[in-house]
Each structure stands twice: as structure tokens, then as C-alpha cells.
Design a protein around this ligand. Structure first.
Ligand code: TXA
Ligand code: MG
Length: 333
């Protein structure tokens, strides 16, 4: 009998695979954020994801495969635009919404006739997926509504008691979730700005993309207006104006490229001193977690340039602030 308990975090791909085959939940690294994975073909295992995250059953999960070739098994049809992009971008930080093949259990897609498919660009995730022989359903590995995890430790801090294992692949390189494009409609539409910029996508496609991000309908899949929120209230705007407005409060600061001299440096995080939007994306969620843990009453963040990954980052900040403005009482949702 083995009396030594196995460590929760490790780099053992075979162990992760064995647990997933048994229907357990395993956190996996990807280039965007860490995912909370289960066998996508096993409805009971997938139900465990919703339970562990406290995720509403109406919010569908992304199915992860090891190559674009696999999409044919799980999608009923792949339009020419989607094929062209997928061939160029898989693996990569993009999710393709396609008409669902009936072999994908309904619980995965929350009953929708479409499925989100993605090939993560992370060597450890790809090794794992190749060895499994089945795809994994994986949302970001955070309690529903909270900031996504970009390290194995972030997952352990929040879901450590709910996962069988956390496969450590180092810090996520991109740092924000995949860009989601819906190809199930006549005209493709971006549903979430993410790790691949809109500009690059449009350039590859040779035409503009429709963007339809938020939905206030609670039954709409994902894209809730209030999301990605730390426990502390978040305000976003012009930083100097916000600082003046919150002068009497203990405020943490999330700045784009430069510190504010008037504020205690230990209460500030600068996303990218070089004003590099990719670097800013990589640091975003980790810094939000750090600010959340500081002895502050409010987190003040400034808008980034609204271009490239800056648009996706601004979208996350807007939703974090919206959570504050609506139902926020400090608990992670
Ligand atoms: O980068 C990512 O995409 C990460 C990593 C782990 O792959 N995953 C991720 O999953 O961000 P999640 O569940 O946190 O966000 C996926 C979003 C949800 O808002 C969900 O509503 C939407 O994708 N989604 C999934 N399937 C969909 C579908 N069939 N139609 C519309 N939206 C869908
Ligand atoms: Mg998520």
C-alpha cells in the first residue's frame, strides 16, 4: 500500500492521462490560461466540471483536441473560412464554433447545436491529448466568474480541493483566453476577443469580422457582461482621474506602462513597462490576483490602447468592473 500521498501539482503527463481516463478532473496548462479538463465523451466526468466551478449549466464548454484533423470527428460541417483559418492557426489561441456532431454529449455544449473546438498551443497539453485518444472539455480552471489562472499555483489556490491533479506546464505564455469565432452562422462572428488579435484574424481572412461580444440575457452562453472579476471592486478609466476620485480610500493600482509617483509602489502593478500589449496580456490575471490580495478597498485600472491584444485586455477590465457595479459583494462567483 502506498502511504505517501501523491503531490497535487506535478509534471507527470501519464498520471494526468490515467486520471482523465478514470473520469477525474485534471487541471491542464495551455498557452492562454489553465483549463479544468475532463473526458469530453464522458457526461458524468463533464458534470464534475460544472460542479467544481459552480458554473451554470447553460454555459457551454470548449472541446480541446490535439489537431485540426480531429475537428472532422466532432463538427458536422467545417465552412471554407473556418478551414482556412484553422489550418493556419491550429495549434493556437483561437476557438472555432462549429455545428456540433452528435457524438459530443449535450452537457458539453449546454444543449446548443454548436460546439467550440480548439487546439491548444502548449507542448504538454498536446502530449497529453495525443496520448488520450479522446478530447477534453475544459473551461478556464477558476471558480465561475473569477479571474482565470495562468499558473498551476493559481489553480491550487482556488480549486485545489476539487481536482485530482494539476499538470504543471509553467506560466501561460499568452495569459488571456482564446479568441472565439462563431462559424456556425452565415457570416462568421467574433464572440470573445482573446489571445489572437482581431487585426491578425481579419488580415488572414482578407475581410472584416463582425464582433458581437456581450449579452445581458442570462440564458445566453458565456460572454456575461459581469465576469473575470477579482473579489475586490474594480474601477477602470483614466487613472489620474480615478485616483483623484478615490483619494480617501486604500487603492491598488493596475497601470499600463508607468508607475504613479504619488502612490505607494507596493500597491501598484505595471502591466508592461515597455508598453508591449503581449507582455501586458501575460501579466494581466496574475496582477489582478496580486492586487486582490493586497490590503486595499478598491482596484483602480487604466484603459490600454484599444488595438491588438489591448482590446481583449480592455474587454476583461470592463467585465471585471461591471461585476463590481452589479452584484458584487466580495464573493467569487
Ligand atoms: O483559452 C481558452 O479558451 C481557455 C483554455 C482553457 O482553453 N478556455 C476557456 O474556457 O476560456 P471558458 O469555459 O472559461 O470560456 C469559454 C467560453 C464561454 O464563455 C462559453 O460560453 C463559450 O466559450 N462557448 C463555448 N462553447 C460555445 C458555443 N458552442 N457557442 C457559443 N459560445 C461557446
Ligand atoms: Mg472562463
Amino acid at each position: 500500500m502506498n502511504l505517501v500521498s501523491e503531490p497535487l501539482i506535478g509534471t507527470d503527463v501519464e498520471r494526468a492521462a490515467a486520471l482523465l481516463r478514470k473520469g477525474k478532473l485534471v487541471a491542464i496548462p495551455t498557452e492562454t490560461v489553465y483549463g479544468l479538463a475532463a473526458n469530453a465523451m464522458d457526461s458524468t466526468a463533464v458534470a464534475g466540471i460544472f460542479e467544481a466551478k459552480n458554473r451554470p449549466a447553460f454555459d457551454p464548454l470548449i472541446v480541446h483536441t490535439h489537431s485540426f484533423d480531429e475537428f472532422r470527428r466532432f463538427a458536422e460541417a467545417i465552412p471554407a473560412d473556418a478551414r482556412r483559418l484553422a489550418e493556419a492557426l491550429c495549434p493556437g489561441p483561437v476557438t472555432f464554433i462549429l455545428p456540433k456532431h452528435s457524438i459530443i454529449p449535450d452537457i458539453v455544449t449546454a444543449g446548443l447545436p454548436t460546439v467550440g473546438l480548439r487546439v491548444p498551443d502548449h507542448p504538454v497539453a498536446l502530449d497529453l491529448l495525443r496520448s488520450l485518444g479522446f478530447p477534453v472539455a475544459a473551461p478556464s480552471a477558476n471558480p465561475f466568474g473569477y479571474v482565470s489562472p495562468t499558473t498551476a499555483q493559481h489553480v491550487a489556490d482556488q480549486l485545489g480541493d476539487r481536482v485530482a491533479y494539476i499538470l504543471d506546464g509553467g506560466p501561460s505564455r499568452v495569459g488571456i483566453e482564446s479568441t472565439i469565432i462563431d462559424f456556425s452562422l452565415e457570416t462568421p462572428r467574433v464572440l470573445r476577443l482573446g489571445g489572437l488579435s482581431l487585426e491578425s484574424l481579419e488580415q488572414m481572412l482578407g475581410h472584416e469580422l463582425h464582433v458581437k461580444l456581450s449579452s445581458s440575457r442570462p440564458a445566453a452562453p458565456g460572454m456575461l457582461i459581469a465576469h473575470y472579476a477579482p473579489a475586490k471592486p474594480v474601477r477602470v478609466g483614466d487613472l489620474d482621474a480615478l485616483l483623484a476620485e478615490h483619494a480617501g480610500e486604500r487603492a491598488g493600482v493596475l497601470a499600463f506602462s508607468s508607475h504613479r509617483n504619488a502612490i505607494d509602489p507596493s500597491l501598484q502593478r505595471v502591466l508592461s513597462p515597455a508598453a508591449d500589449l503581449r507582455e501586458a496580456a501575460t501579466n494581466l490575471f496574475g496582477y489582478l490576483r496580486e492586487l486582490d490580495a493586497m490590503p486595499v478597498d478598491v482596484v483602480l485600472a487604466e484603459w490600454l490602447p484599444d488595438e491588438g491584444l489591448g482590446r481583449a485586455i480592455n474587454d476583461r477590465l470592463r467585465r471585471a468592473a461591471a461585476s463590481t457595479a452589479t452584484d458584487h459583494k466580495g464573493e467569487a462567483r
